[in-house]
Design a protein around this ligand. Sequence first.
Ligand SMILES: [Fe+2]
Ligand SMILES: [Fe+2]
Length: 188
Amino acid sequence: MKGSVVVTEVQSAQQSQFVTLLQEQVAYEFAAHQQYIGLAVWFDANDLPQLATLFYRQAVEERNHAMMIVQYLLDRGIPPTIPGIGPVRNDFNHPRQLVELALHQEQDVTARIERLFKAARDDGDFVGEQFMLWFLKEQVEEVASMNTLLAIMDRAGTNVFHIEDFLSREDVGAETDPTAPRVAGGAL
Ligand SMILES: [Fe+2]
Ligand SMILES: [Fe+2]
């Protein structure tokens, strides 16, 4: 009898709105990873190595975000499901289109993270709410850095090599965050 009560509790935790959205978020983070690989390779193929480096690095960050959520689910005794991912856009004809796509992707993720935070709060899941705080802060940075990149791109106009110069001087996105949640299998 006692055993069945425990099972019911685990099931209700699995069925919470927050956990459902969190499982979905793993897929969005992996999709972001794959799309950023696509952007990085496009920049690489178009002889823009600094932009390529930036997006190769962003891709790894997204992969780490996915695996942070996986670690959280493991820690809370909820078996994570590793999802497949959808199509990736590869057809671009100007660098601006790629940065625009990245900015929209980050804005979309920010909305999802806010929804997750609210779901945790609505579920009375304080641990979940606390877990989402780091992601909220991270999204502020990600949206800001893509906005900056887009502004620099517009200022550079037709000479995209100005952007390469800027990135080589600034070393954008190279810092590590010691407050980041644990990554399943270790951060890359
Ligand atoms: Fe992310
Ligand atoms: Fe991101």
